[in-house]
Design a protein around this ligand. Structure first.
Ligand SMILES: [Zn+2]
Length: 211
């Protein structure tokens, strides 16, 4: 049945257009369950970009709530989804670590996202045979051995979340901006090492005069 009971309700959804968790309002609903739990497909308008997001899930109306507007929603975004931006050339375990960082970021878990970025970068260093244990030292080693360029290292150094041992319990949460910067650096570094460098080496190989 088409249920318009939830139309106009506010909810929290992951907007694939904005790539962030946003508030939205239900503009269309297709459900087949009865209250207090109404599950189904919902079309939600993101309050950030005003575009439509298709979600599935349910609204739970609290039995002892003030009125029918006292509810919780558990909604999964079906469209548009988080887009993976990494090349297939990036090793699988590093891709998974990076995607997990993005998933944390999308859910608004910025401290967890920063922790996953550190983990990804540590993975890159290990994969590249770096021996230094502390992340900043390890990145320095990547720079000194010519595996990353100076600007990437300077960028990493400038990121507070990477420098202040964000993985440890400091009582300070990571904010959205810092987590977004850390993700951007992580992606640039993966691209540099696994895409640009490999393409460049292949290119140089092809240009070598055959003996
Ligand atoms: Zn949006």
């Amino acid at each position: 049945m088409i249920d318009d009971g939830r139309i106009g309700s506010d909810c929290s959804v992951f907007c694939g257009h904005c790539q962030l968790q946003a508030t939205g309002s239900v503009v269309g609903a297709l459900t087949d369950d009865d209250p207090p739990i109404s599950g189904g497909l919902y079309l939600v308008r993101c309050s950030h970009c005003r575009r439509g997001v298709l979600v599935e899930g349910h609204f739970v109306v609290f039995p002892f709530g003030e009125d029918e507007n006292d509810y919780a929603s558990h909604l999964n975004t079906l469209w548009p989804k988080v887009q993976s931006t990494l090349s297939h050339l990036v090793p699988g375990d590093l891709q998974r670590a990076y995607e997990e960082a993005r998933t944390c970021f999308s859910a608004g878990a910025y401290t967890a996202a920063a922790v996953m970025v550190r983990r990804t970068l540590e993975g890159v260093c290990a994969d590249q045979g770096v021996t230094a244990k502390v992340l900043m030292r390890a990145l320095q080693e990547l720079r000194d051995t010519g595996k990353i360029e100076g600007r990437l290292f300077d960028w990493a150094q400038a990121l507070r979340v990477l420098g202040n041992q964000g993985a440890h319990f400091t009582g300070q949460d990571v904010d959205r901006e810092d987590a977004a910067d850390a993700l951007a650096l992580c992606e640039a570094l993966l691209d540099y090492i696994y895409v640009l460098t490999i393409r460049y080496e292949e290119f140089m190989q092809r240009r070598k005069p055959s003996p």
